[in-house]
Design a protein around this ligand. Structure first.
Ligand code: CA
Length: 229
């Protein structure tokens, strides 16, 4: 899951970035409205956390520009206390949720997770694909009822594929979701992560769609082949 965080308060930006990364998100953090607008418009995010009081271009204008340009990424706005009219203006401008400062990091995490679930049309907090179960609240994965240890990158990849079950997800899209913009990207590593997931889960859980990408297909029970000989 990849998030854009636009917050000019350095302390808050650092602590939120850490909390979100610990919860398994890839985070691009910016400190002004111009960069926020650019990133939100040109990169793919699962959700955006947008402070309304930003320098260079205020958050409300950023949000309005995105929505005018048909950027549909779910947006949670952060508003200052006592500025109730900001919330109304923000929601009118296309925000999906809001939080008033100060807030608890846990509440932000819960709201962001709910926002992503709603935008993906997933009603339950846990994702299930056959015998594989992923819980975004705890970042835990179970296979056949047993806990599977995944690295942060393996988890992010699996999470993204499970949110787009039965759809082909391109390697480029997966690379973008796994890495923040300031990191070296290598789409070949996706193949390595997919290989490891197949080994840790089961080998048919992720299908390679030649020339297009990967697809997670759900089998209710693992297929058993009985040979005649
Ligand atoms: Ca601010």
């Amino acid at each position: 899951m990849k998030l854009l965080l636009a917050e000019d308060d350095q302390g808050l930006r650092t602590s939120l970035t850490q909390a979100l990364q610990t919860a398994g998100f890839t985070v691009d953090a910016v400190d002004n409205g111009i960069d926020a607008h650019h990133q939100g418009q040109h990169a793919a995010y699962d959700a955006i956390v947008l402070d309304l009081g930003l320098p260079r271009l205020d958050g409300l204008s950023v949000l309005k520009r995105w929505r005018t340009a048909a950027v549909r990424t779910p947006v949670l706005i952060l508003t200052a206390r006592d500025h109730w009219s900001e919330k109304v203006a923000g929601i009118d401008a296309g925000a999906d949720d809001y939080l008033t400062k100060p807030f608890h990091g846990e509440e932000l995490l819960a709201r962001v997770r709910a926002l992503i679930r709603r935008s993906q049309g997933v009603a339950t907090p846990t994702l299930q694909c056959g015998s594989i179960e992923l819980d975004p609240r705890t970042s835990q994965v179970h296979h056949d009822g047993k806990q599977v240890n995944l690295t942060a990158q393996e988890y992010k990849l699996l999470h993204h594929l499970m949110l787009h079950m039965n759809q082909v997800v391109s390697r480029t899209e997966l690379t973008e979701h796994l890495y923040a913009f300031d990191m070296d990207r290598d789409s070949n590593t996706i193949e390595v992560f997919v290989g490891r997931l197949r080994k840790k889960l089961h080998k048919h859980c992720i299908e390679t769609v030649r020339g297009m990408g990967y697809r997670m297909t759900c089998h209710t029970t693992p297929a058993v082949t009985v040979s005649g000989d």
